[in-house]
Write a protein that binds this ligand. Sequence first.
Ligand SMILES: Nc1ncnc2c1ncn2[C@@H]1O[C@H](COP(=O)(O)OP(=O)(O)OP(=O)(O)O)[C@@H](O)[C@H]1O
Ligand SMILES: [Mg+2]
Length: 330
Amino acid sequence: MADTVLGVRNLKVAFPCPGGVIRAVEGIDLDIHRGECAALVGESGCGKSVSAQAIMKLLNTPPAVCRVDKLWLDDLDLTHLPDRQMERIRGKHMAMIFQDAMTALNPVLTVGKQIDEIYLRHSRLSRREARQRTIEALELVEVPEARSRANSYPHQLSGGMRQRVLIALAFACVPKLIIADEPTTALDVTIQAQVLDVLKNMQLVHRVSALLITHDLSVVANMADTVYVMYAGKIVERAAMQELFLEPLHPYTHGLLASVPRISDERQPFVQIPDAVPHPMRKPAGCYFHPRCPRSNDPCRQRMPRLEGPDDGRAVRCWHPLRQPHEVRS
Ligand SMILES: Nc1ncnc2c1ncn2[C@@H]1O[C@H](COP(=O)(O)OP(=O)(O)OP(=O)(O)O)[C@@H](O)[C@H]1O
Ligand SMILES: [Mg+2]
């Protein structure tokens, strides 16, 4: 599709292990449009990070085995792109923000120097001009006293400040796509909200497409336009963010939403989804969610449902969704 900045078709990632094969990602499709923020949401171990690393081609192969029918970034076909060329694409067109800024930043260089390097690599600026751009970038992510903070080493900054530096780094070369994997999970709740605001603001200012990865639906509420819900390696629901919150179709999404505590919740008391995500080497037959699902019956135990719905609209992978996608107003 013309407006698709990131397109992924049938991405699969497996890890052969001594006792069998871990099928971490089982054929996911994504379409992220220009300026759109899509979220990939699901419980721990469902394959979110592995999907992101496979898209960036950051997985070591072996041990990982990756397959994708089609992978493209704007007008660049990345499906069969060799690693060397992929390195250039990663530096210039795709950037990643990780959960742990301390490991993502170089501990022996000042944060200013690390951002300068990006400007120097991607444009013909002098050192002085690059530093000026760095200071402006730090101001944009609301680092106070940016000029002097640029001379700090990562360990001299708080966790929230380091995460802002990572955001500044990621946006420095104005990439086409930002992938943020649990960008605020390691932070206090109040700092989390501030950093998310900064991230959203940067995404809007630069009109960069983003893939936000989180297990926390409350993070998605203020950030994402579209939500992909993932379970045990498969996308089980896709919806515009507001639609998902108003009317989840998959019982798993319904369970995830019910387990987000809210102050003014007239609908449901706080509920937990029973049991846990299946062990990756022992996924059940049929729909992977059926052992935990209140709506499951025989077909659910026997056959995996397809992701049903229009190509670019609401979709759900369930034999007994709360409603069919075509019945839902959009
Ligand atoms: N190098 C590896 N070798 C074997 N299995 C792996 C490897 N990396 C990931 N996995 C497995 O792949 C599955 C998906 O892992 P992934 O890290 O993508 O989960 P996640 O959804 O990001 O979870 P979390 O919310 O905890 O970050 C898990 O079962 C994990 O154990
Ligand atoms: Mg992860």
